[in-house]
Design a protein around this ligand. Structure first.
Ligand code: UN1
Length: 492
């Protein structure tokens, strides 16, 4: 199967394009070939989006929303199929794939609802017989760059608010997971979304992204991915005065206090650290534990980790699937070595799994280090794999300080039964998302998703806050006095 660009409602001809293989991370088998687009491909997608946007902006928002309701319903119909494709190309276990597709469906309904709100404000004017209001106006053509770890959910977080607000888009999905983009484009086609509203340009490396950012007709870039790439996008976008929304790395921690329900904390840690094989931006990769419960937590974690079944995510009995590719396995392996060199104690895991069929895929054993120093590389840098570092502390203040010591600020969590500690923690943890008595993953689509410091640049995906990325505030004054009233003339 060859995956070609979807531009102006047309699947593009193969032409002389180059392609690269899409592999199933569970077994290394080739699933498809994906187009490596050129500058010209991007330019024609922008052109199509630009022409379409003029008309799309004039479609009443509740009518634009009707397309999202149709998309939601079709996604419900295709949910099992979409989930299976997602597991095949990304590797996450099937129950998580179903959860991710559901996240996309929820987003479609939620943003469809915005079609009947998109609230602005009416406010009093300083002058008599004058009306003042502000409305959310569409911005134009937006460029979306999405990652492989949530190939459908994150695409919906960005594209659905963009279109309900009257923008059109071109979207570059991750090279590793283009099949979800293909499936979503089929859905756009089936609901007869007007041509040019949604355009998909596949690619690898920086050609597509750079062309998109530099193109004068692309007004907004919304990116989710690594902090390094995001910084490059912000630099280039800054020069071109683009609105750039960035959602980047995390080094998320769960704090376990001495008054915590330790069994519940173990469940939270396992789910957040090893779910999606640790490849969520929100994944827990540090556990900050009070010294009085450290031994108990270590022992219970090691014991519970034995129950984690690892293998092809398509098999319902597996709890943990493969990581995305060999490069990722190497990166995880190198951090495990760094941890050992830094003097951390390895309590479980720490190796690539090669038994039987596992040898054909990219499997890493769930890994637990303890006695990790808060300022070591293992505790500071994003690994994006199933590796946890336990860090001992003696107080809530120290726990919060350690949590806040990293360059990222996406998600954090605290397990405690003390309401005073809980409220102090939610105030002082410097992340965009805070959980109490739950793990660091599982954000809901109607709340703002994003983080501080190296995680983001102040924008949010999801929730009503996402509309701030895809709309421009316009202030409108209507003077019905019949005279020229001059504002800011001091008549007193
Ligand atoms: C991500 O890892 O980039 O909160 C997204 C969560 C999911 C989304 C994660 N709802 O874990």
């Amino acid at each position: 199967m060859k995956l070609n660009n979807y531009i102006n409602g047309v699947w593009q001809e193969e032409g002389g394009a180059e392609y690269t293989a899409v592999l199933n991370p569970a077994n290394g088998k080739e699933l498809a070939q994906v187009r490596l687009s050129t500058k010209e491909d991007v330019n024609s997608a922008v052109e199509a989006a630009k022409v379409a946007q003029k008309k799309w902006a004039l479609v009443p928002a509740p009518k634009r929303a009707d397309y999202l309701y149709a998309i939601a319903n079709l996604m419900i119909e295709k949910k099992e199929h979409l989930s299976q494709v997602l597991t095949a190309e990304m590797g996450k276990v099937i129950e998580e794939a179903r959860g991710e597709v559901q996240e996309g469906i929820d987003m479609a309904f939620y943003m469809a609802g915005e079609g009947r709100r998109l609230f602005g404000q009416t406010v009093p004017s300083e002058l008599e017989n004058k009306f003042a209001m502000s409305v959310r106006a569409p911005i134009g053509v937006v460029g979306l760059i999405t990652p492989w770890n949530f190939p459908i959910a994150i695409a919906t977080w960005k594209s659905f608010p963009a279109i309900v607000a009257g923008n059109t888009f071109l979207w570059k999905p991750a090279t590793e997971t283009p099949m979800m983009a293909y499936e979503l484009a089929k859905i756009f086609e089936e609901v007869e979304l007007p041509k040019g509203v949604a355009n998909i340009v596949f690619g690898a490396g920086s050609t597509v992204g750079t062309t998109m950012i530099e193109h004068p007709d692309v007004k907004v870039i919304s990116f989710t991915g690594s902090t390094d790439t995001g910084r490059g996008i912000a630099e280039l976008g800054g020069r071109h005065l683009k609105k750039i929304s960035l959602e980047m790395g995390g080094k998320n921690a769960i704090i376990v206090m001495d008054d915590a329900d330790v069994d519940l904390a173990v469940e939270g840690i396992l789910w957040s650290a090893f779910g999606t094989a640790g490849q969520r931006c929100t994944a827990c990769s540090r556990v900050i534990v009070h010294k009085s419960v450290k031994a108990e937590l270590e022992q219970k974690l090691v014991e519970s980790m034995k129950s984690l079944t690892i293998g092809d995510g398509a098999d319902e009995s597996n709890k943990i699937g493969p990581v995305i590719n060999k490069g990722s396995l190497d990166k995880i392996e190198s951090y495990v070595q760094i941890g050992k060199d830094e003097g951390a104690t390895l309590l479980a895991g720490g190796s690539i799994l090669t038994d039987g069929d596992l040898a054909n895929g990219n499997y890493y054993a769930p890994t637990l280090f303890t006695d990790v120093k808060w300022d070591s590389r293992l505790a500071q840098e994003e690994i994006f794999g199933p590796v946890i570092s336990l860090i001992e502390v003696e107080s809530l203040e120290e726990a919060i300080e350690v949590n806040n010591s990293v360059e990222f600020g996406l998600s954090s969590a605290i397990f405690s039964r003390d309401v005073n500690r809980i409220f102090r923690a939610q105030r002082d943890l410097d992340t965009g998302i805070v959980y109490v008595n739950a793990g660091t993953t599982g954000a809901e689509i109607h709340l703002p998703f994003g983080g501080t410091k190296g995680t983001g640049n102040g924008h949010r995906d999801s929730g009503v806050a996402a509309l701030d990325v895809y709309t421009e505030w316009k202030a409108i004054y209507v003077d019905y006095s019949g005279t020229l009233q001059r504002a800011q003339i001091d008549n007193n």
